[in-house]
Structure formats: C-alpha cells, structure tokens
Design a protein around this ligand. Structure first.
Ligand SMILES: [Zn+2]
Length: 240
C-alpha cells in the first residue's frame, strides 16, 4: 500500500487530479473567450449589414430642398404632426407671399417666434380644420427661415384649391401696412425666392402677392402682404 510520508492517508494530495482540474479550467476559459469572440463578431456583422431604413423618395426630395434653402425644421417650432393624405403640391410653378397681418410683430427671440408660428398652426388646424399650417415657409423679423407645411403637400394660403396647386406659400411674420419690414427679413426673403426660383425654374412673373393672385382669379382683394412688401417685390422685379 502506497502512502505519502508525513501526511495522514486522508490528507494525501492527489497531484494527478490537480493537473486534470487545471486542464479543465483552461478549456473552460478558452471556451468562454471563444464564445465572447463569436458574440462580438456576430454583433459587428449585425451592425454592419443590418438593412438600413432609407427615407422614401418624396421625403428625401423634401429634406433635400429644406437643406438647400437652409430652413429650420418643423420640430424646431414644435410643429404638430400634419394630417396624412393631403393632396400633393404638384410641380412647383409659382410662389405667393403673405404677411401674418393683425398687429405689429417685431419679436426676434426664438421663444416668441416659435410660439407665434405654433399659434398659426393651431388656428389653421383647430379653427380652420386644415391638415396643417397653410404656408410652406415662414420668415421671421430676424431673418430666420422656418419650414412650414411639407413642400410636397399642397398649401392652404392662396384662396382656392386651384390657386394652391404648384404654389409655394411664404409667410412673413409682421404687418407690412403698419411696419417697415426689417432688412434681415427682406434679405432672407430675397435669398429664399432666388433659391426656389433656381431649383424649380420659376420666373419673376410667377411670384405673386396674395392680393394679386386673388384679384387675378376674380376673388375679393386682401391687404396681404401689406404695402411695404408689395413695393419691395415691385422694386425687386425691376432690379433683376
Ligand atoms: Zn395672405
């Protein structure tokens, strides 16, 4: 009978068992690391090859134009979501300019401006029962440009469905019978018109004041967009 000297038989150390245990631990460690590595590879593969959701062509077109004109997004003025199913704008072929009218508006701080735009949307959706804010763009007195109704959707601003077809509606915040338009606001309006005219090949003769397009169609006249803007648009046409 073999026994290890100096140790009681029960306390004998079985070195062959220790070797076997250490071998098992190594195998377990290697297996864990192999599994971790495999998981990392699978995760990386999923990230790299997971099909990305491309925006639909209409959204991509619209977002492209918004970027070209440099408009602040609807979310920047906390726009409510537009109703689905609004008729398409059709090919943009003309532009109509409006003012917000009512009282003088000369605020340039972001909070007051965004509240004013939101209030217009609330009226257009709530009181008028429209799908969204009626205008495609809004220019504030500081010269910031804001995205209004999605440009691929027909607006609600000129006076009739027929007049709104292919008609981009631009709203200037202010009353330009009562106040002079700030230079920054006019400059931004001029830039916006030029960019839109360039993109869609719109002639100067296809830029209307709200009053002019209404009269042209035999509708009742309106003070919109105010005498100062009417004069500015006339002088712009002469200069070009
Ligand atoms: Zn108007």
């Amino acid at each position: 009978m073999r026994s290890v000297p100096f140790l009681a038989p029960g306390l004998a150390v079985d070195f062959s068992q220790m070797k076997a245990d250490s071998g098992k631990t190594k195998i377990a460690t290697i297996t864990i690391w192999a599994l971790v590595g495999l998981a990392v590879l699978i995760l990386a593969g999923l990230i790299m090859f997971w099909p990305r959701k491309e925006p639909d062509p209409v959204t991509a077109w619209r977002e492209g134009i918004t970027a070209q004109v440099g408009a602040l997004a609807r979310k920047d003025w906390s726009a409510a979501t537009a109703a689905e199913g609004t008729e398409s704008l059709g090919a943009p072929a003309r532009i109509t300019i409006h003012h917000s009218g009512a009282g003088i508006f000369s605020a340039i701080d972001r909070g007051t401006v965004t509240s004013a735009i939101k209030a217009i949307q609330d009226t257009h959706i709530g009181a008028n029962g429209w799908d969204d804010i009626g205008y495609h763009y809004i220019v504030d007195p500081f010269g910031c440009l804001w995205e209004g109704r999605h440009l691929d959707r027909i607006g609600a601003h000129a006076g009739s469905l027929e007049l709104n077809r292919g008609n981009i509606g631009i709203l200037l915040l202010g009353n330009f019978d009562l106040q002079e338009p700030p230079p920054a606001q006019l400059e931004r309006l001029g830039d916006l018109l030029a960019v839109l005219q360039g993109i869609f090949t719109i002639a100067d003769s296809e830029i209307y004041t709200h009053n002019r397009i209404r009269i042209m169609e035999g509708l009742t006249p309106t003070a919109c967009p105010g005498q100062h803007i009417i004069e500015w648009l006339e002088s712009r046409r002469k200069k070009r």
